[in-house]
Design a protein around this ligand. Structure first.
Ligand SMILES: Nc1ncnc2c1ncn2[C@@H]1O[C@H](COP(=O)(O)OP(=O)(O)O)[C@@H](O)[C@H]1O
Ligand SMILES: [Mg+2]
Length: 252
């Protein structure tokens, strides 16, 4: 059974069909990859899945539940996490602080509860810390826990962003160009982490990526997107060799 599905998903921006009738599903434990030239609509699909954008048509289902109309701030609590094409971390805050902020979106207590039900708020805080420390251990980030993001290498920042997404203990992880800004060696490290996380946590991953070494290393299934539509689907090799995909890249 699929963990996540998008059915006939569409959105227009001023008459341009940025995503145009896209249908796919992702199984538990699977790495599903979206490739395609710049402007194909890949990040827009993520923004639709995160409910940041309102689809003009179609349906989103997560874990058997229709999430097409779920509020964006509820998405993380359902177990869907993401990273961004351009890092979205707080540079002057430490690694630990960034991870705790990542947890915050998951909190069930609100500000009023924090005052009225102190024990509940305190339990949530302890749980936040525990989750953050677990992830710090997993990624071997302990030596950097108190380091401000701004003084880390770009490669480490990308790992911290991945770590932050995992702090909510997601079941579906969305990665928008995890290799962007990384050198060849750092990209290999990223590939190892993605493979590891899938194996150890049974995470489903939806990844947008242009580095074919990373696509080949971790993908179970690949789709190619062009002008908002899926033009090929299959193994990484099959999709890269598809004539229409090659044309789309040359045309772009
Ligand atoms: N908020 C927006 N408003 C208007 N146009 C947008 C918006 N977001 C994306 N687009 C347009 O949608 C198309 C797809 O963009 P995007 O999803 O970012 O492409 P990709 O991630 O595949 O490079 C582009 O033409 C882009 O300009
Ligand atoms: Mg993009």
């Amino acid at each position: 059974m699929s963990l996540f599905s998008a059915d006939n998903l569409s959105i227009n921006f001023g008459g341009i069909k940025a995503v145009d009738g896209v249908t796919f599903d992702v199984a538990k434990g699977e790495v599903f990859t979206i490739i395609g030239p710049n402007g194909a609509g890949k990040t827009t699909i993520f923004n639709l899945m995160s409910r940041i954008y309102e689809p003009s048509g179609g349906k989103l289902v997560f874990d058997g539940r229709d999430i097409t109309n779920v509020a964006p701030h509820r998405i993380a609590a359902l177990g869907i996490a993401r990273t961004f094409q351009n890092l979205e971390l707080f540079d002057s805050s430490t690694v630990l602080e960034n991870l705790l902020l990542g947890r915050h979106v998951h909190r069930r207590t609100n500000l009023v509860e924090n005052f009225l039900f102190l024990p509940k708020a305190r339990r949530a805080e302890i749980e936040d810390r525990r989750a953050a420390e677990e992830v710090i251990d997993l990624f071997g980030l302990a030596p950097h826990a108190e380091t401000p993001i701004g003084s880390l290498s770009y490669g480490l920042r990308k790992i911290v962003e991945l770590a932050r997404a995992l702090c909510i203990r997601p079941r579906l992880l969305m990665l928008d160009e995890p290799s962007s800004g990384l050198g060849a060696e750092e990209t290999e490290t990223m590939a190892r982490w993605i493979g590891d996380l899938r194996r150890r946590m049974g995470l489903a991953v939806v990844m947008i990526e242009h580095d074919m070494s990373l696509v080949n290393a971790v993908s179970d299934r690949v789709v190619a997107l062009n002008q908002g539509r899926i033009i090929a689907e299959g193994s990484a090799a099959a999709v890269q060799n598809d004539p229409e995909v090659i044309r789309a890249y040359l045309g772009g």
